[in-house]
Design a protein around this ligand. Structure first.
Ligand code: ATP
Ligand code: MG
Ligand code: MG
Ligand code: MG
Length: 473
């Protein structure tokens, strides 16, 4: 049954409220007092303090819809049906309260009774040694044994370093033959887009010491994560995340500006999806207080914006445009994330300033990069093609190309980067910058951007969101 993304979010949260969970707002994308993580990448990440017993949760049962950023997925974006660098994760959490029986029963109830997903399209995976979960799925929920697949540690055991960890069980939706890669081995767990993993139920029942020794926890926890866009993709019967109702409107805006039609050309489609994804992630990052920089999360932001700008060029867009699409991201998310609306002028301005900066050099830089590639390609065919570190450094330093973007572009042409030489140039530059700062005070990028936007009113969103999260927590 077709259901809008916003409605699905609400259905999930109110379902778990009816199971006595406390609804909390999404935490900001910037982790609070957690140096181990650059950006929040799951619903569980901001709850770690509760699982580790460092803080007492406001309630033993909590439900959220959490904004997430996963840059490791960047290469998949636009190519698979199911990956974005930005997405929302629905979750229900038990802090030493209910465990497997309830987590499985409620997940099944939500998807088969509330959402009425056809059972014959659903598949379950469990951790290979977790017989208990198989029993529950089979005996208590009636899932046939041939629909339950055992998987290894890689996929079905959740663990980061030491601390609470445990097996997980995932729910997949079979989108049908037409999405299959056609390989004889194609089945649950295949990389193609036929069987889509959409819900991960983590049973954190052990305390691991990081060396493979596990002790059973007296009060095990539940942490689940379901991608909202993936769920919407399934419920709306569309091809991929970017065709989901609210996301599609953003992509249409990009297509309008580019003057191209979606679904006419695979290459163009990839660029449309990449831009749609990156403008979503960057709008939310700026909305949570991140500014473009050459390091840390500011670098993630800059890289995404500049990568999107490059794909804009590939579509033939020659003027800054991301800041316009940003407005559609904000209007599509106005109800769920009012802080975007409150900070609209600020967010648009930050994106525009960054876009304009890159616009000044991108064409010349691309021209130079193409010349460099041509030169390498016409050199001796028998040698492995390596771009000198000095060339990459010039593109970085003079033309503002993030190094990951350079790597990506040259890799498409089977060229690698001389990383050692590049690193040496970077270190020399850092040293120069350090000396310059010492002699003339810090005139960092951040202040630059801030100066540019100061007429646009104060930024209030980040503080407010964290304050809200704090009040409820
Ligand atoms: P995949 O194997 O498809 O990359 P995952 O196993 O990395 O997914 P989890 O870490 O288990 O994902 O996260 C829980 C849920 O969050 C997933 O089942 C999926 O619904 C959603 N999700 C994860 N990564 C993404 C992404 N890049 N874009 C959209 N949704 C995602
Ligand atoms: Mg993944
Ligand atoms: Mg997976
Ligand atoms: Mg998973």
């Amino acid at each position: 049954e077709w259901t809008g993304l916003n409605e699905l979010r609400e259905k999930f949260l109110s379902f778990f409220e009816s199971k006595e969970h406390m609804r909390l707002p999404s935490y900001p994308l910037v982790p609070h007092e957690d140096a181990s993580l650059l950006l929040i990448n799951s619903g569980m990440a901001p709850m770690k303090k509760f699982f580790l017993g460092l803080e007492t949760p406001p309630r033993k049962r909590v439900t959220t819809c959490q904004k997430c950023i996963r840059t490791p997925d960047i290469e998949n974006v636009g190519k698979t049906a199911r990956h974005g660098t930005y997405f929302e994760m629905l979750g229900n959490f038990s802090f030493g309260d209910y465990f497997k029986h309830e987590a499985i029963a409620w997940a099944w109830e939500f998807i088969t009774e509330v959402l009425k997903m056809p059972k014959d399209r659903l598949w379950i995976t469990v951790y290979q040694d977790d017989d208990e979960s198989i029993e529950i799925w089979n005996k208590e929920q009636g899932v046939p044994l041939d629909r339950i697949v055992r998987m290894g540690k890689e996929d079905n055991f959740w663990e980061i370093g030491s601390g609470p960890c445990g097996p997980c069980s995932e729910i997949y939706f079979d989108r049908g033959e037409q999405y299959s890669c056609g390989k004889p081995t194609c089945g649950v767990g295949c990389d193609c887009d036929r069987y889509v993993e959409f819900w991960n139920l983590v049973f954190s029942q052990f305390d691991g010491d990081g060396n493979g020794n596990y002790e059973r926890l007296e009060h095990p926890n539940i942490d689940t994560g379901m991608g909202l866009e993936r769920l919407a993709c399934i419920m709306q019967g569309v091809d991929n995340l970017f065709e989901v109702d609210t996301v599609q409107n953003i992509m249409k805006h990009v297509a309008r500006i580019a003057g191209v039609n979606y679904k006419e050309n695979e290459k163009t489609d990839i660029s449309l999806r990449v831009i749609t994804d990156h403008i979503r992630s960057t709008t939310f990052m700026v909305g949570d207080g991140v500014l473009p920089q050459n390091e840390g999360r500011g670098y993630v932001l800059r890289r995404l914006l500049r990568r999107a700008a490059r794909h804009g060029r590939l579509l033939g867009i020659t003027e800054p445009f991301l800041y316009k699409v940003c407005e559609t991201v904000i209007s599509e998310n106005a109800n769920a994330y009012p802080n975007l609306v409150e900070n609209k002028d600020y967010i648009v301005k930050v994106i525009k300033v960054e876009e304009e900066r890159f616009a000044r050099t991108i064409d010349q830089g691309m021209q130079l990069l193409n010349d460099m590639i041509d030169k390498l390609e016409t050199s001796d065919k028998n040698f492995e093609k390596v771009m000198p570190g000095a060339d990459a450094f010039k593109l970085y330093d003079t033309y503002g190309f993030p190094v990951d973007l350079i790597r990506e572009i040259i890799e498409e042409r089977n060229i690698t980067l001389d990383e050692t030489e590049f690193t040496r140039f970077m270190e020399q530059q850092r040293e120069r910058a350090r000396k310059a700062r010492a002699s003339m005070g810090d005139l960092g990028w951040e202040e630059d951007v801030l100066a540019d936007i100061k007429d646009k009113g104060k930024f209030v969103g980040y503080k407010e969101v964290s304050a809200k999260a704090k009040v409820v927590a």
